[in-house]
Design a protein around this ligand. Structure first.
Ligand code: ADP
Ligand code: MG
Length: 328
């Protein structure tokens, strides 16, 4: 049997999301079992560790955008703020001219904030991103952070509300202390969890309190960080909330030009020629950028697996149709 210390160490490494330690404790347990003559159990543990490590390695290879977790906040902020790094640049986010220019404007003001300050002017820094799922809101927040060479922190609102019932205002204060102390992009993603209309039917007291505290903190915040709140449901947002932001940026599903750009970007490795763009674009209209990207990836896999190695209009159209039907 595993010792109590080993079980504690396992739990601790799980809580810290420290895979390496988790595996090494599991292997120590296997070694202990082997010493006690439990060869089969020891082997089973070892095999499971190897399989799981392999799967972890495959996952990080498969993802086109490696996300590494670095310098996670410890102590009171653990589980509330997560620092993520997605090495995406603004140029990779396919946006309408209007949205792109909006974001460029934010970058320009941020880069020249000292110059603005000399005239008592403040750069835009409290942003509300609205629009359907998969239109690049999260990706754009990451791009802003990378372009400005500052970290990106995601604020995990779900855990704020569910895990800290009753202490959310205190936790929000900690988050806003961090916002003041460390210049970064702070993404309040899936913001609807707290942003719902005050007084709405399904309103729970706690959510209303969180929203009120959030509004207060956003209003009082005069830090140098960038606050991005993102929502798929702007219609649910309280008007009072809108007033707290310097800028509201509305993301939308891609139009013809962006559909073509998304496909060309994702399929660049295949150097596709002679695709019937008119057909592809009219099939893809109405899909989100995320869905179009996934359809391109499916078509690319089909091309590789069919050994022809090339992308045809037909393969891409089929992948788009599958996405539309919600199939894989
Ligand atoms: N505008 C876009 N340009 C390029 N890729 C996009 C865009 N929008 C979404 N994607 C793709 O879909 C994925 C999910 O998009 P995300 O930014 O999380 O959408 P949202 O936050 O709006 O729901 C991205 O990681 C990217 O691969
Ligand atoms: Mg998102």
């Amino acid at each position: 049997m595993a010792t109590a210390e080993q079980i504690m160490a396992l739990l601790r490494s799980h809580a810290d999301k420290d895979d390496q330690r988790f595996y090494s404790v599991a292997l120590q347990m296997a070694a202990r079992e082997a010493r006690q003559g439990h060869q089969k159990l020891a082997n089973d543990i070892k095999l499971m560790v190897e399989k799981s490590q392999q799967r972890g390695a495959n996952l990080s290879l498969a993802s086109s955008k490696p996300v590494s977790l670095i310098q996670q906040p410890k102590g009171d902020l653990q589980g509330l703020l997560e620092q993520t790094h997605t090495p995406v640049r603004l140029g990779e986010v396919v946006l309408t001219k209007e949205v792109h220019e909006h974001l460029v404007r934010v970058l320009l003001e941020q880069r020249q904030k000292e110059k603005l300050a000399k005239f008592g002017l403040l750069p835009r820094r409290k942003l509300l991103f609205t629009g359907p799922p998969g239109t690049g809101k999260t990706m754009s927040a990451a791009a802003l952070a990378n372009e400005l060479h500052i970290p990106l922190y995601s604020v995990v609102l779900d855990s704020l509300i569910t895990r800290f019932m009753g202490e959310t205002a205190a936790k929000l204060r900690l988050i806003f202390d961090h916002i003041r102390a460390t210049r970064a992009v702070y993404l309040f993603d899936e913001f609807d969890a707290i942003g719902t209309q005050r007084g709405a039917q399904n309103d729970v007291g706690e959510i209303r309190r969180v929203l009120n505290s959030f509004l207060m903190f956003v209003e009082q915040d005069d830090s140098e960080s960038i606050i991005v709140a993102a929502t798929n449901h702007p219609e649910l947002l309280d008007r009072a909330l809108n007033r707290r932001f310097d800028d509201i940026i509305t993301f939308d599903k891609p139009e013809a030009a962006q559909i073509r750009q998304l496909c060309e970007n994702r399929l660049a490795a295949f150097k596709p020629t002679q695709l019937n763009w008119d057909n592809i674009i009219s099939a893809a209209l109405g899909l989100s950028a995320a869905e179009i990207t996934r359809a391109c990836e499916d078509a690319a896999k089909d091309a590789v697996l069919s050994q022809s190695g090339s992308i045809s209009t037909d393969l891409l159209l089929k992948a788009i149709e599958r996405r539309k039907k919600g199939q894989f």
